[in-house]
Design a binder for this molecule. Sequence first.
Ligand SMILES: *Cc1c(COP(=O)(O)O)cnc(C)c1O
Length: 377
Amino acid sequence: MDSAILDHQPRHASTTDGASGYLTIDLGALARNYEKLSAEVAPARAAAVVKADGYGLGADKVAAKLYGHGCRHFFVAQFVEAQRLRPLLARDAQVFVLNGLQPGNEIACAEGNIVPVINSLNQLRQWAVAAERLKRRLPAVLQFDTGMSRLGVPPEERAALAELLKTCGMVEVLFIMSHLASADDADSEQNGDQLAELGNIAEEFSEFDVCFANSGGIFLGDAYHGVLARPGIALYGGAPTGGLPNPMEPVVRLDVAVVQTRTVPAGARVGYSGAHVTGGETRLATIAAGYADGLLRSLSGKGSVFCDGIRLPIVGRVSMDSITIDITALPEGRLSLGSLVEVIGPHQTLEDIAHDAGTISYEILTGLGDRYQRRYR
Ligand SMILES: *Cc1c(COP(=O)(O)O)cnc(C)c1O
């Protein structure tokens, strides 16, 4: 496993161009993760879920890289994301909108060569109307709800959908799909329940291929793969299965610059509300990222950053634009204005910081914001 790019940080690294922090995105690692997932699902294929700007890492860069590694199916959530991404990709790539059609965007969707995921009978009717108007067949994916109660045609409407489809010859169904609610928990019985329900659907709509697994689903076994898997988080280095070693390669590294250091006596109050009071003489550093940069306020008094592999706890509240850390464990003078500390990297994974923040890797990644300087490798 070659994650040397993300592990490497020159000794005593510091910001040299005024950046408040560096978000390093290893596109090579992204591509290796895609290849690993593709091998895992073969002979099925792997799509790429690039919604929310490629989980915050840049949908344009991510999609272009994965296209170069054979990916031809790209899923976004909102129509506006598809409109941005579609022109950047070659014609033989398909862009799917998971949240489906919205009233009024049917023609724009068709003319934009974007494939909607149809989640209801009414959406199917509207898509058929658009096809008649444009006098050409329009591609679509049909989504079924198998137990998540979020998106897709519910069980009680399946018979009506089958009837409706007979009148929608202008709509070309590329495949059917559903989404797993608990795939990150390999022991959840919801996985088997949803698989069984999808089995019923596949029988009722036997002329169509099936697209099912997200990242977690890929590691639940072949039965979950269908013809096309839809990984998101695993591409970006997040753990597909909770509680198990993460088989994916890290893709992001985050280093944040020190903006001030000080030594305070015992009894000093640190940060908003004086939420932390020092127990003894303490050396502190303030770093240039806060909750507006995606380092959630729930990390207050809980999370940490690293320097030279040494854990530096967050003290007091996380501010909007800064965080104060206890650097007493480091040799004096080791950190000064502009020095970089590791927030995500070899000593603290995405999962670690998500755990400290009481959330999931997805929320950390998609929240990282645009004030860091991005470096694509
Ligand atoms: C977000 C999403 C995915 C990707 O899920 P990961 O857990 O990130 O792999 C796949 N399918 C649907 C419908 C989604 O909404």
